[in-house]
Design a protein around this ligand. Structure first.
Ligand code: EPZ
Length: 422
């Protein structure tokens, strides 16, 4: 049976949302457990589809794990297979994150190319180019990356900033021989947490959080990991703040690191919203009038591409013309025709979307196309007149833990229903 989410126009939201651990921090950390000598313990791990998919891949390699209530124990001591198969990799492209660790530990591995993705070609050429520089022999055959060789540290300059590319090389460099210097490294908080965990596991790393990271490898010696709690999910947090904004309600988020949200908060403030900050909680306060906004997506600490669709939904309620330029991915506007089905007034010219507000949204059937686009449709459904049915809702559950529970708790009206194959 296929599931869809029926969302009723909801009254003002209010109350508190507990933010979960970050999916995009958990994924590289789970991959890094391949470098571990001991059993690895992670807490605050979000129970979302993408995490379960990566664990399925690790199980397929021979790892054992226990995962319940956000506590994850992984034992990689019995890995007996170094092939990451297409059947799993095709469902979750971040599976590419096992490439660096498998190659560093075993000197040989086969990882399926991730293949295309809805939001763009998303090649992994920069990952492969960097591994070749470190001495790997890389051959592409039948859609698989065949990698082998002993890795040696060296200087690597990324032509483009790549989050998982940086993470793959940090993990590969951790067990390579000698020093690796990554220049033009990604600075996302999820990259920083990976560096901190590896440093605590005994790796000498400098430049953590900067765009130049230096890693001294152990030359094949496995690492001893310490227990780690996954950092809060800044994109989940931004999405619930967007729910407060689009319904112009006051809601509080618990378990957030406000510093990770600065690039997003700036834009909320420009739109007229304000915030109350406490130790690790953040409250969004309603705006007297929602102002239009101009957004250009950039790498951290700029405005994140993963919040672009959510802000587009809010911008339909702004009084005036908003402009959103998507600079990271070539096809990340698939939520636009769906929002227009809800009576939004958005046009696209190449990489730039123009949103004319304020539109009175009217409920309709819409289709989710990727993880963040689906969250934008949920946000729009909260204020659209009548009911909005979001189909292909599986996209949403890849990255949002207990979404219906969390939204219902703050007053949103939604239910998960089944339908025959659409
Ligand atoms: C990470 O993807 C995130 N995923 C994405 O979040 C996020 O949108 C993206 O970074 C940008 O912030 C995870 O962390 C698991 P990139 P990643 O490599 O690493 C090009 C979500 O919603 N590029 O930083 O795959 C690429 O095409 C997901 O949770 C190359 O050309 O993104 C893109 O245009 C969606 N060659 C740009 O770089 C390469 O070898 C940035 O991609 C690698 C990337």
């Amino acid at each position: 049976m296929y599931k869809y989410l029926k969302i009723h126009r909801s009254p003002k939201l209010n109350g508190e949302v507990e933010i979960s651990g970050a999916k995009n921090a958990a994924l590289p950390l789970i991959a890094s457990s391949i470098l571990s000598k001991n059993e690895v313990n992670f807490t605050n791990v979000p129970e979302v589809a993408d995490v379960k998919t990566l664990l399925k891949l690790l199980k397929n390699l021979g790892c054992e794990f226990e995962f319940q209530n956000g506590n994850l124990k992984i034992d990689t001591s019995n890995i007996n297979n170094t092939t990451a198969v297409y059947e799993i990799v095709k469902t979750m492209r971040a599976s590419i994150l096992v490439l660096g660790p498998l190659l560093a530990r075993f000197g040989k591995c086969k990882v399926s190319l991730p293949g295309g993705c809805a939001i763009g070609a998303r090649p992994v050429d920069l990952h492969l180019k960097a591994l070749k520089l470190m001495g790997a022999d890389i051959k592409i055959q039948n859609g698989y990356i065949n990698a082998s060789g002993k890795l040696k540290g060296c200087d690597i300059v990324f032509d483009k900033i790549t989050v998982t590319g940086t993470e793959n090389i940090i993990m590969a460099a951790s067990m390579a021989k000698g020093k690796t210097r990554i220049i033009n490294a990604a600075k996302e908080p999820e990259v920083t947490q990976l560096c901190n965990v590896l440093k605590e596991a005994g790796i000498e790393i400098e430049g953590i959080g900067s765009d130049e990271i230096i890693i001294n490898g152990t030359e094949g010696e496995l690492l001893k990991f310490k227990n780690t709690s996954i950092i809060p999910d800044r994109i989940e947090a931004g999405t619930y703040l967007a729910a407060g904004a689009i319904t112009n309600s006051k809601i509080t988020l618990n378990n957030v690191i406000t510093e990770h949200l600065e690039g997003i908060l700036v834009k909320f403030r420009e739109m007229g919203f304000s915030f109350e900050e406490k130790a690790n909680s953040l409250t969004i306060l309603p705006a007297k009038k929602i102002n239009p906004v101009t957004i250009i997506t950039t790498e951290y600490p700029g405005f994140p591409t993963d919040m672009q669709a959510q802000f587009m939904a809010i911008a339909t309620q702004a009084e005036g013309v908003s402009i959103i330029e998507e600079r990271l991915f070539e096809n990340r506007f698939m939520h636009v025709p769906e929002l227009n089905r809800l009576n939004a007034n958005i046009s696209i010219n190449s990489k730039t979307a123009t949103i004319i507000g304020k539109s009175k949204l009217i409920g309709a059937d819409v289709m989710a196309t990727d993880l963040r686009a689906s969250s934008a449709l949920v946000l729009a459904g909260l204020i659209a007149k009548g009911q909005t049915n979001v189909h292909r809702i599986y996209h949403l559950f890849r990255g949002y833990e207990k979404l219906i529970e969390k939204f219902t708790k703050i007053g949103a009206k939604m239910e998960l229903l089944s339908e025959e194959r659409p």
